[in-house]
Design a protein. Sequence first.
Length: 1077
Amino acid sequence: MTEQHQFHPNDPSKQKEHMALLDLVPDSKATHVAVNNGSWFDANTWKNGQIPDNQANVVITDGVQVTYDGESEASLQTLRVDGQLDFAPDKNTKMEVDTFVVSPEGTLTIGTETNPIQANKTARIIIADNGAIDTTWDPEQLSRGIISHGKISIHGQEKDSHLKLAQDAMTGDQELVLAEQPLNWTVGDTLVLTGTNYVPSTRTDWKGTEDEEVKIAGIEGNRIILDRPLEYDHDTPQDSLKASVANYTRNVVIETENAESLPANQRGHVMFMHSDNVDVRYAEFHELGRTDKSELLDDFALDNNGSRIIDANGEPKDGARTNVRGRYAVHFHKTGVDQPDSPPAIAVGNAVWGSPGWGYVHHDSHVVLEDNAAYNVFGAAFVTETGNETGSWVNNIAIKSEGRIGISKGGTRNHDIAANGTAFWLQGRLVENENNIAAGQRHGGMTYMLRGVDQMDVLADNLTHPEIARYQSSLDPDKPEINGFKNGEVFASGMGLEVIKANPRQEHDVRSVLDGFKAWEVRTGTHLEYTSKYTLNDFSVIATEFKPRDGISIGNNAEDMVINNAYAEGFDTGITFAKNRTFDSNAPWNFVVIDPELVNNDEDFENFDPQKDQLLTQADLKPGTLKLELSPQADFVFKPDASDRQSVILGTKIDSIGEIEYPSGNDSAKFKLGSLKNRLLEGHYEDALGTKFITVEELIADRVTGELIKLNFVVTLDDSWNEFTLGGILGDSPLLGVYEGNVEPGFVDDDLQQFLNSTPSNTDTTSDSDTDSDEITDDSTDESDTSDETTDDSDDDESDTFDETTDDSDDDESDTSEETTDDSTDDSETSEPDDGVTDNLDAIRIEAEDMELDTYRLESSEVASNDSLIRLPGGSQNDTGKAVTRFEGPSGKYDVVVGYFDENDGKAQLEVNLDGVSLESWTLDQKLGSNYISENNFLTRTVAEGISIEPGEVVEITGTKQAGEFARVDYLEFVPSDVATDPLTGEVFDEATNSSMTSDVDASDELILNRNSDSLLVSDFVDGQDIIKLTENLTFEHLEFVQSGDNTLIQMAQTDQLLATLEGVSASSLDSQDFAV
């Protein structure tokens, strides 16, 4: 293997990790090199004829196969496998090593599926106790463990990971009766019997659980004889509920030497990085992991708000780095999610025993985790880390997770998440969650937390229903529905299930359908907040006697919830609806409860209003009625005008419950500019009159069953389209066919549908508004949501999030968050050529989302011009992106202005180039009061004044993100600098500030408005000639126009504050071309 490595050339983050790993094990430091096939313990295998001994640095060269077939007392310093290393399946083997690296070319085999390590043999790898890690040699602290970039096969003897009891086990019993005979359990195996009683804790002291560690002394069928009597009762509140018992002994063992006496940052770890060619089954990972979730991460320096501190170069400052992230017990690290049809990495039947921070970590990877067990893990036992993960978690068990005090929303500003004691923690929604069991969790059993600065985009190709991406290639991880949630069980824990997003808007109708969840001996059964469109089917929640709270809690900013056939027993309140929004809205809550069974609760309902909420029975439902009736306000005309570049679905949905507005609550159903452009690039049609049109798809869901119907709509292009529109996009859109009839915007009718079905390039659009709609059956229909105006991403403030780690009152939270993102990637587009002449130019605005984007993606926000802007992606994706456009206006002299956002949480950089010449570069380093986009941190910057610009010249914006600031850009504007303008004449009703109106009729006139303008009366405004100039961060999108007799009132859209009255002007005649910023 050469010293020059060219892996991941398009991913700087992965390339940096790759180089850091291989720098630990260079050829130049090798003391023992395998050059011949053979046994590790055969001197002929090695170049110098010597078998590796203490402190050896070993390399197995590419093309060489070595068999490890013995037990060695030598403690290796490093081992790099470029070839193949096979542990003998029929021998006892033992290796001690500090740092074990499998290179991209290498293969490590410790048993295979067809030839596992034999039942009476053990393969053991011990990660050496070598004191503090040498950070001069290893500044990234990757060493001290097994770190594989290559192919891994680990197969111990197959055995049942966990089973249920057939009868309750009680104090003094020395025998367990299992529900079935266990597979390959044997005398001497270590078991953990779950506690079945919640043990209260205080804010300063966690008293642990009543789980019991025992060993097998004998086996008689399904009866397990224990090595000691039990200390606790393991009874349950219902006969159908039973304790679980898990087996943590395997015959492949990877462990930390002297773990019980080591500080956390000297322990070993296992990382499978950048390669999904990993199959790990029936292995024991004993006391591994050195990221310590009982303490704050300190790889980055943090300010008093928990955000990363930025240095003068715009990079996060290093912290003390005594507790770095990413060093976990079993870590699937960036193995990839971009090939959805490729086989996943596999982890089946494994056991994690003891970890100071997280057990199984599923990070930016496609992984199947099945039949695994975790015990005594701090923070969280199973974790998806950045929200874009795919795969499945099935039939796993997590027992006893301690956590530090804090709510689930804590730590998101540094992505220091999943620290409060949770079994299954998911930062995203795509990983299936089925038949998993959690017991003895300080905080809760299952948490879906959709916040964090390192969240990564979800690929549309990985969605169960890619239609929800609306023809975009990716979207935010909080938008998809929760996928495949079935039959989870949580007991003897603070909380059962928790779901938290930043906002309730998800921008599609596919529901999160959660089936068959059980939570017993818990303080809170289920809690959902900042989210919408859920159906909870067959939930059963039973309270602990210690200070119970709510059975099912629908918290702040939660909407459109259906609770079907729920059982809640023994809680302070059976079902609670907070009905609290942290934003202004009178939208209905849309809460429906069907056939609940509420038993021995102090109150059955809180905040249930029978006049507005629905309490139904199964007999009230009308299945098979799903359809959509469109409102006259629905808009299916694609207009290129900057003020209306979207199609909007509005109407009434009818389903088995009845009628509901569509979209529901505060949600939206829009095909925005990026979506329409992408669909147009796939091709368009014409009808008999020459009307150009495309078709788009929408999924609607029944609120009870989650049944989906696909609807197909016609979107017509209005008459203003020509060969220059949106950068000439029509020239890139193939004509797919000519329909002999005439189309109307809206539903595809039967005749048109028949035509579309016969067109090979459009066979996917086979639906309509009612009886001919395609029904999509989906066992895991779910939900996703985003919001523009309603977000919450704080760590410290108070809302309705429960902290189940203490016996105190609810530690809740309410605060601001990132604006929601449209996450679309967009295509090239430029402004249409202006019809003016050089002595009377109009300002030309190019929305950032209309430019050709490289790495940049779209984000939705009502604060932005045209409700959209662009930003760089989060996480470890590329730091730099470009937005490019070609100037298509008339020749002239212009000022070049950029509209952008400058937030508090980083120092991003922007640069503007004209035909390769830099106009200006600057750092976004102002402190304007918010970490998130808002009116307060919107700025404009004139990067050039009075420069000559010719048609065809290329303008390029380059953005570089830093920390939590993603180089957000709203628009680029060319303002003519050689046009004489004069303020308009008028009078002031009330005193106004900075609003000029003196008369001058020798040139086009200019009315200057800002947020303090107050009731200006303008008598001589000429539409098409005069300009209204908006200053002090006021934009066209902040305004609304109201017709009052023959006059137009210009008002603030949110507050109705009157800024100006234009006499004799029609409101319908005003558009964005009349305004300049």
